[in-house]
Structures are given as structure tokens and as C-alpha cells.
Design a protein. Structure first.
Length: 163
């Protein structure tokens, strides 16, 4: 099981809720789809038991500081991430450039594409690719603090409201 989070935007209480949730589930890996925003978010993410991987978003200004803080957790933050997990190929991209995101899906090079940026949750099958946007963990735009649980074996994803 993979946990998916995005758009935390420095909201420490929301990050704490997400970390507690992921720690209580059978999650082996958490993927952050961008917009951590500042390195001090590490204060809450350091309590995460599963491994963390992630990408930068358009609001992540202090990238070197974020990279330094999260490297201690084994997370190598970058603009784009691809990896294999559970026999499935993943692409992770914040989603700032829509044509790039569409190309990732249309290429069918990945089984799962994880994105963020819109703050709107999405679980969709497009071109035989599972596209997942966990929505916003911060709750600033929609009023809902959401994350996603992704069962890699069944390719089923469930959006979870943290409150």
C-alpha cells in the first residue's frame, strides 16, 4: 500500500494528521506530489514511519533547504520522479505544466501517474493508466484535507478526508 499526499503548503497540523494516518495504515511508502513549501515542514514529516519520496511543486521556493532536510529521510526531491514499486511503473509530477502531465499519461510508459497542483482529488483510469491526485492536504482552497491510499496490486485508490 502506498500513501499519496500533495499540496501541504506549510500546514503543520494537516501534515501531522496525514503522518498519523499513514503510520496507522499498512503503508510501505508515502509519495508527496509537491508543494511542501518550506523546509520546516520536516518537523512533522520526520515522524513518518514509511519511506518518503516526493517532487517539487510550483510553490517550493527553498529547494536546496528542502533537499537537505528531507535527505535525512532518504527522500531525493526533484521536479520529476519515476520508480517501480510492487511490479508497477510510477511517474510523479506536480502537474504545473498540463501538456507535460497529459504526455505522461498518453505515453502509457507508466502504470500509475501521481500528480497534485489542482488541489482537487482525482482517481481516474485514462489510456490504461491510473491517474491519482490526492487533492490538498492543507485544506486551504477546498476546505477538505485529503490524502490517498493506493493499493498497488489491485490498482485501486481511495481518497481519504483527514477530518
Amino acid at each position: 500500500m502506498i500513501g499519496v499526499i500533495s499540496d501541504t503548503h506549510d500546514h503543520l497540523r494537516a501534515i501531522r494528521l496525514a503522518v498519523e494516518f499513514f503510520n496507522s495504515e499498512d503503508v510501505e511508502l508515502v509519495v508527496h506530489a509537491g508543494d511542501f513549501v518550506a523546509p520546516f515542514t520536516f518537523k512533522e514529516f520526520k515522524n513518518l514511519e514509511p519511506k518518503l519520496q516526493g517532487v517539487f511543486g510550483n510553490n517550493d521556493g527553498e529547494r536546496m533547504g528542502l533537499q537537505r532536510k528531507y535527505a535525512g529521510m532518504g527522500a531525493e526531491l526533484s521536479d520529476f520522479l519515476e520508480f517501480e514499486f510492487g511490479g508497477k511503473r510510477f511517474a510523479v509530477y506536480h502537474g504545473t505544466i498540463e501538456p507535460f502531465l497529459e504526455t505522461l499519461v498518453e505515453s502509457r510508459s507508466y502504470d500509475i501517474v501521481i500528480t497534485g497542483h489542482t488541489h482537487n482529488p482525482l482517481v481516474s483510469h485514462q489510456n490504461d493508466v491510473l491517474v491519482v491526485n490526492p487533492g490538498e492536504a492543507c485544506g486551504y482552497l477546498t476546505g477538505k484535507k485529503t490524502v490517498c491510499l493506493l493499493d498497488v496490486e489491485s490498482l485501486k485508490a481511495r481518497i481519504v478526508d483527514l477530518e
